[in-house]
Design a protein around this ligand. Structure first.
Ligand code: ADP
Ligand code: MG
Length: 694
């Protein structure tokens, strides 16, 4: 690998390149746009476009694309070459400011939830100058927002940027009360991405993995994760080569990949980058996911990012570490004496209030068919939202509520009793891996998002609800003559009202859902239960008030999410039925014949030979076939019924309540046969084989 400092960011039109290549005045104006959000005019865009094109061509680019994030959640691109044919038969390479700022992809083939009538196909993409352009596969990629002809957001980035703007405004109002006037406040995100790597040859044998991203059949492996040896274990050489290549490619794109390790489940891994401003971190995460999938195939591997590719072992999450800073200073840093840090406490209180008031919306933001298999299954976290603060902050909150004083203990020096081992200061929070929303030292870690998710949805919600809580504080304290005292009184009241959301215990215990119900916390177990939260009057009012989403935009998103859920489960149902009929039933039949022949030929040799074992097996196989056949018929009926329902919510509920249980029944019946049928007769690679390759 070339020198990493030469490699790093070499495919990005970043600040360094801009400074080098743009005329001074142009650079200054663009910097103002990037740093404090000033609008950009066409002259500047023309100059930037020219420099960008020259730079991209030098690096081998022939095309450019407006890179955007439609409501499917994945990224989209349409490549246009720089070529402009000339009258004399030659061609110039050109790229104008207008082309940089605005694109016009046909919007009709992207989901819009009824926002765009099919006759009104026009959509626009607009440059997001705050996220750097980059080169991927010889294409200059320009991060953009995607809107309809009428200006409604058709993507995930637009509302995210609006929410960042909203929280910036409200955070500044709060900071002004502390006598501070930062140029900009920004939210930051560090996204920890989990994934599985399996062998391509196993993958290609399984229609379920190919079409749905998860195994719809398979008994748990004989050995799972119970030996706890995989987490942080030594990394397989093949996987290591993949990770090395991935790091190199990410670094070229200026994506600060930092940590990589084996995860809890066999064949599971994680990559964590260093955090960045939210929209940049999300763009980077989407590129990371794409590169992971692409590079795996160069190593004979397939990267699975589904939330639950295998039952019986952990699934894939994407922890969303979140904080907010003012001109780079972290506002969630408690310092060494949090009780005396009024500004920190005000921001902490705002987050607690926000998460409690809008639990439903937060849960909604991570709801998907695939994440349903993770939330509430026996791995962190459950579907109930709560906040973990850790011992010290919980004591601080308690002291505020009870109007008591709290003093932080002496510095928490860790002395290991071995003179050669250095002493160090402990963090003021321990880890609680089971909490969905945990304070982890100087940031919150939202652990509910699924590995496949585009984190824009979750962060749009977090930013907006915290903006609202900050606005409430700023409104209440406006004109206060005794700020410190009034702020404390406000916090005491707010924390008293919202303390039910704080839970430091084990979120996976049997007692927690019962306790949560006593506290009237929401427990929205599945996507069809969670999605209607977005159209609650309270949610619409919130999004409209902060200019993040309009009512029609919200309604369209609701439709798209419901539709997406139903379509995904429908595909899974069809694959379940198809694999059963086309692969498992013939395999079981074939093996039954083998056993039947064995009985017959033994009897031919001697009528007194005991064939009881074979006969019992044959009976089990026959009974299994009958059960499977009945279950598949029930599934097919359920699929037919669900797909005939027009209303989107009723449709999704039918998939949830009828199709999924019918799929489970088929799976159970087939899985029971897997352990009876001879290995070479079973038509697909099993968990033992897939998860424990060398
Ligand atoms: P762990 O989750 O194991 O405690 P770290 O604390 O090192 O690991 O960080 C996990 C992720 O949180 C990393 O991506 C890191 O960059 C990110 N992170 C750290 N500080 C912040 C912050 N202020 N805002 C957002 N993310 C952060
Ligand atoms: Mg973490």
């Amino acid at each position: 690998m070339a020198h990493i400092n030469e490699l790093y960011g070499s495919l990005v039109f970043n600040d360094h390149v801009m400074q080098e290549r743009l005329p001074k005045m142009i650079y200054k104006t663009l910097s103002q746009t990037i740093k404090v959000g000033k609008p950009l005019d066409l002259d500047v865009a023309n100059a930037v476009a020219h420099a960008m094109k020259e730079w991209a061509i030098e690096l081998g680019a022939t095309h450019y694309t407006h890179w955007f994030q439609p409501l499917t959640g994945i990224t989209s691109e349409k490549h246009d070459s720089f070529i402009t044919p000339q009258a004399d038969g030659r061609a110039l390479m050109s790229f104008s400011g207008r082309e940089l700022i605005k694109g016009e992809p046909d919007a009709s083939s992207f989901p819009s939830g009824g926002l765009r009538a099919s006759f009104e196909a026009r959509g626009y993409t607009t440059w997001d100058p705050t996220s750097y352009a980059f080169i991927k596969d010889n294409v200059l990629c320009i991060p953009t927002a995607f809107v309809s002809y009428g200006g409604e957001a058709l993507d995930k980035k637009t509302p995210l940027l609006r929410s960042m703007d909203a929280i910036d405004r409200e955070a500044k109002r709060v900071l002004a009360l502390f006598g501070k006037t930062p140029a900009k406040t920004s939210t930051t995100v560090g996204a920890e991405q989990e994934y599985f790597l399996i062998k391509e040859e196993d993958y290609s044998e399984r229609l379920d993995l190919i079409l749905t991203g998860r195994t719809l059949f398979g008994t748990a492996p004989c050995k799972g994760q119970e030996l706890e040896e995989h987490y942080f274990g030594a990394i397989r050489p093949t996987v290591n080569r993949f990770m090395e290549e991935l790091d190199g490619e990410l670094w070229k794109l200026g994506i600060p990949a930092k940590t990589k390790h084996n995860e809890v489940a066999p064949s599971q891994h994680e990559l964590a980058p260093i955090y960045e401003t939210t929209n940049i971190a999300i763009d980077a995460n989407l590129i990371t996911m794409e590169l992971m999938r692409k590079l795996a195939s160069r190593h004979g591997l397939v990267c699975l990012q589904h939330e639950k590719p295998f039952i019986g072992v952990n699934g894939n999450g994407k922890h969303n570490n979140w904080s907010i800073n003012a001109d780079g200073v972290n506002l969630l840093d408690p310092g060494s004496t949090p009780f005396d840090n009024l500004q920190f406490l005000v921001f902490l209180t705002a987050v607690i209030k926000a998460v409690d008031e809008y639990q439903g919306l937060l849960r909604m933001s991570v709801a998907s068919d695939s994440n349903d298999h993770r939330l509430g299954a026996c791995e962190a976290p459950p579907a109930i939202i709560s906040i973990y603060l850790g011992d010290e902050l919980e004591a601080v909150v308690r002291a505020i509520i009870n109007s008591e004083h709290y003093s932080s203990g002496n510095e928490r020096i860790m002395n290991l009793g071995v003179p050669t081992l250095p002493t160090f200061i402990k963090d003021n929070t321990d880890r609680n891996r089971t909490s969905p929303f945990a304070f982890t030292g100087n940031k919150f870690e939202f652990r509910m998002p699924g590995a496949q998710a585009n984190l824009s949805d979750a962060n749009t919600v977090i930013n907006t609800i915290v903006a609202k809580a900050l606005a409430d504080f700023a409104d209440a304290l406006k004109g206060s003559t005794n700020f410190a005292q009034d702020a404390k009184a406000y916090m005491r009241q707010t924390l008293t009202d919202h303390q039910r959301i704080i839970f430091n215990g084990d979120n996976l215990s049997k007692e927690w859902p019962i306790e949560a119900e006593k506290r009237s916390l929401l427990n929205l177990k599945s996507t069809p239960e969670a999605l209607p939260q977005i159209i609650e009057p309270k949610s619409i009012e919130l999004f409209e008030r902060f200019g993040v989403l309009s009512r029609v935009e919200i309604e369209s998103r609701y439709e798209v999410k419901l539709e997406n859920y139903s379509k995904k489960v429908n595909i899974e149902g069809l694959v379940t039925a198809r694999m059963t009929r086309a692969r498992f039933v013939p395999a079981i039949a074939e093996y039954s014949t083998v056993i039947a022949n064995s009985i017959a030929s033994k009897k031919e040799v001697s009528a007194t030979l005991n064939t009881a074992a074979e006969e019992k097996l044959l009976e089990q196989l026959s009974a299994g076939m009958n059960t499977i056949s009945a279950c598949v018929e029930t599934l097919e009926d359920a699929l037919e019924h669900a797909s005939s329902i027009e209303d989107s919510l009723a449709n999704a509920c039918a998939y949830r309540n009828e199709v999924l249980p019918a799929m489970d029944a088929v799976r159970t019946a087939v899985d029971e046969m897997e352990i009876l049928v001879g290995h070479e007769y079973w038509p697909v690679p099993t968990y033992n084989h897939i998860l424990f390759y060398t």
